[in-house]
Design a protein around this ligand. Structure first.
Ligand code: FAD
Ligand code: FES
Length: 509
């Protein structure tokens, strides 16, 4: 998604605004010509950058200033106020940066400043000649992009067994599946990007083995590619149920663009769908199929959707929200068989279905790491620098279990933003930065017009505090253990979500 020009609001900053009206931490939205510009202050210094997030166009002036950076309210991307650089995903492109001048007690925003090229780690001692990335998803792409952003000049080979270049995967269960997103939103970058950045992207290329001793990866066809540093970012694959009928043509799982296109094609003629699984992907798929006017039945073993992660109150809300949109739930039930026209339930009933989508969770793709003898603990074990047990081999994204300083445990999560940020951190560490991965986990989910944001990590809690009104879609839910806030879920309380994230960062700084 490219940066959208926001409708011009606020003062014309080229005409100047009184400096004492711009308080630190209180950003001002204005404009210069047609460009929406955000004005911020730190001490005596004023900064002006583009006001529209380069991820999905979030309004940065409604975000949070933390020191010299601003956080986007929608999905917590972080931009450098001094340079406009997208420091932390999910935004990857910078916003424009403007010159400011203080004269006679007024701040004026002058012309745009050319983006500064970062060469921070480009020529660090012992810089690798060649970096191989296994995986063309969130973590793999973010790593390759970050390597070039830092001016790394060596070879980058990205190997992916997918047939599509890196895509905006979260969109595949949301707007794109619902038919509300144009094709051009889906690739993270156009084909030109890889040529221009000299990134050798090899699609439909499965890596079968890692020869850690020789520092080579072995492809499915037996050929070998040497590396100085290797990033494993093989992601996860949907769990397939052991059921009669799972192989039928109208039964789908959803991970790749190809999967998504197959569901969209089937949705063209389908009248009634069964979605198995009532967690994030299953319910996002349910919402998208409802947008296509398909009758949707959700079958899941739990009592309430998403209760394990969000608690009972949010679970009830999510169920009601989907029911208001016509979704029919079959909870505390499972499917026992699928045939050409129906799904049989354990409870004894059947549901007619000409489309079935199975969204019952994913399994990390660990085969390569296991075969290479890397340390594994329900994921690839990495240290705080995201390095595996084999020197020179890093891991990031859905496969990585890392020491999380916030929850003080070794955790593995399946979040888009975490995967991208780990890819970015691993990229710098492959160039010798020795940067600890300390980001607070964040994910979002979207159901109809209701966005749900979650910061932190709480596998269990002994207290759940609801602030606001969940039913009115205006709430913050805090998950605590021993009085400590482990995680915060929110609906339309973006500022509080950002503040909670910043507080968790400070606790471990
Ligand atoms: C439909 C959908 C919607 C989602 N929505 C959200 C959301 O709203 N918010 C959120 O936080 N998270 C969301 N997620 C989860 C998020 O997409 C993942 O956490 C993220 O993609 C993980 O990134 P990754 O790089 O680890 O893996 P992936 O993005 O899955 O990439 C893995 C890559 O490795 C390749 N690969 C694997 N094995 C090999 C091999 N042996 N050889 C070569 N290539 C290989 C794969 O082809 C793929 O290119 C969603 C996931 C899906 C499927
Ligand atoms: S719109 Fe800004 S992070 Fe998504």
């Amino acid at each position: 998604m490219s940066e959208n020009k926001a409708e011009t609001k606020g003062p014309d900053l080229s005409q100047g605004v009184a400096a004492d009206t711009i308080a630190e931490g209180k950003m001002t939205l204005g404009h210069v010509g047609d460009d929406a510009v955000l004005l911020a202050r730190r001490g005596k210094t004023f900064f002006a950058i583009g006001a529209t997030c380069t991820h999905y166009g979030g309004p940065l002036a409604e975000g949070l200033q933390v020191d010299d950076s601003v956080r986007c309210p929608w999905h917590h991307a972080c931009f450098d106020l001094r340079t406009g650089e997208a420091l932390h995903a999910p935004a990857l492109s910078p916003v424009e940066c403007w010159l400011t001048e203080v004269r006679d007690g007024k701040v004026f925003v002058r012309g745009k400043i050319a983006p500064a090229k970062s060469t921070r780690f480009a020529s660090a001692a012992g810089s690798p000649q060649k970096i191989v990335i296994v995986g063309g998803g969130a973590a793999g792409f973010a790593a390759a992009e970050m390597l070039r952003r830092h001016g790394y000049q060596g070879g980058i080979v990205m190997l992916s067994d997918d047939d599509a270049p890196p895509v905006d995967r979260p969109n595949l269960s949301k707007d794109y599946l619902a038919g509300n997103a144009p094709e051009e939103w889906v690739p993270l970058r156009g084909d030109d990007f890889y040529k221009e950045q000299n990134i050798e992207l090899r699609l439909k290329t499965a890596v079968g083995e890692i020869d850690a001793r020789k520092r080579e990866v072995v492809l499915g066809n037996g050929s070998r590619i040497g590396y100085d540093r290797l990033l494993l970012a093989t992601g996860a694959e949907p769990v397939r149920l052991q059921l009669p009928g799972m192989d039928l043509r109208h039964v789908h799982t959803l991970r790749t663009l190809r999967d998504c296109r197959a569901i969209i094609a089937a949705a063209g003629t389908a009248k009634r769908a069964v979605v198995m699984g009532a967690s994030f992907i299953g319910l996002e798929v349910a919402a998208s199929l409802r947008a296509r006017n398909i009758e949707v039945h959700v079958v899941a073993p739990e009592k309430r959707p998403m209760e394990r992660i969000l608690g009972p109150q949010m679970g009830d809300f999510v169920r009601k929200l989907h029911e208001e949109h016509g979704v029919i739930f079959h909870l505390e039930d499972t499917a026992t068989a699928i045939d050409a026209s129906q799904v049989k339930l354990k409870s004894g009933g059947t549901i007619g279905a000409d489309l079935v989508v199975v969204g019952v969770g994913v399994r990390p793709r660990l085969a390569l790491a296991e075969k290479a003898g890397l340390a594994i603990d329900r994921g690839v074990t990495v240290n705080e620098y995201l390095e595996t047990s084999a020197p020179g081999i890093f891991a990031a994204g859905d496969i990585a279990r890392w020491p999380d300083p916030h929850s003080k445990g070794a955790i593995r999560v399946e979040h888009w933003v975490v995967a991208e940020r780990q890819g970015q951190c691993a990229a710098r560490n492959m160039l010798g930065a020795r940067e600890k991965f300390v980001a607070v986990p964040f994910f979002w989910s979207q159901h109809y017009d209701v966005p749900l944001n979650y910061v932190g990590h709480a596998e269990s809690w002994d207290e759940l505090a609801v602030d606001g009104d969940i039913a009115k879609r205006d709430c913050v839910v805090r998950y605590k253990r021993g009085g400590k806030v482990l995680a915060v879920a929110s609906i339309y309380r973006d500022a509080e979500s950002l503040t909670a994230e910043a507080a968790m960062e400070r606790e471990t700084a």
